[in-house]
Write a protein that binds this ligand. Structure first.
Ligand SMILES: Cc1cc2nc3c(=O)[nH]c(=O)nc-3n(C[C@H](O)[C@H](O)[C@H](O)COP(=O)(O)O)c2cc1C
Length: 182
């Protein structure tokens, strides 16, 4: 079980400042678009910004500050947005989340690091990649090759070494009935 890419994936802060190969990018895009979606609406708009793009640095600066230090070393930032020609509902974001999870799992299978981001300046991100104002950014996904641990700042090294945690199962999981029968 622990061999699965599901368990290899983690929100990494240890990136190497280099582009991904086109093959890696294509593979991640394919994984993203083959996610399930309600009525197969595929409500995601996916914009991949490569490290070599002149928009990359601006996009990093549009992230909330705590994310910039590690995201600036990544190879690819993917903006997951809503399609703007439909009524946006919670399912829209659920579907986009599945797409993003596929991208993260595929990245792990390819031996790449990834980290989802929930903090950004919406107006700046939209301006940088010409996203229509009636669309919404769902989340940003940072992907890259693994960096060298000795290049990390003290603060990032602490984050890198921090024990990952999950709640005990009975907090989030039950058989048959809410709050019973774990
Ligand atoms: C929607 C979403 C937004 C997140 N936003 C941030 C963020 O802005 N900065 C950050 O460092 N981590 C962010 N994370 C990563 C979570 O902190 C991380 O998934 C959680 O701590 C569990 O760790 P793991 O991904 O290594 O299992 C986000 C995760 C998700 C799913």
């Amino acid at each position: 079980m622990s061999d699965s890419a599901i368990f290899k994936r983690n929100s990494s802060v240890n990136f190497s400042p280099q582009d991904l190969s086109q093959k890696e990018i294509d593979s991640i895009i394919q994984a993203s678009i083959w996610a399930p979606s309600s009525r197969n609406l595929q409500p995601w708009k996916i914009i991949a910004v490569k490290r070599s793009s002149d928009r990359f640095d601006r996009l990093v600066k549009a992230m909330s500050e705590g994310n910039q230090e590690w995201a600036q070393n990544s190879g690819l930032i993917i903006i997951f947005c809503t399609e703007n020609d439909q009524n946006i509902s919670p399912k829209t974001f659920l579907n986009i989340g599945f797409s993003g999870q596929n991208a993260m799992i595929r990245s792990a299978e390819l031996g790449l690091e990834s980290h989802p981001i929930g903090g950004w300046d919406e107006d700046k991100v939209k301006e940088i990649s010409n996203i229509p104002s009636d669309s919404q950014v769902a989340f940003l996904l940072v992907i890259g090759k693994e960096g060298k641990i000795d290049m990390l700042s003290k603060e990032l090294l602490e984050k890198h070494n921090k024990q990952r945690e999950r709640n005990p199962l009975d907090i989030n999981f039950n058989f048959d009935e809410w709050g019973k029968n774990f």
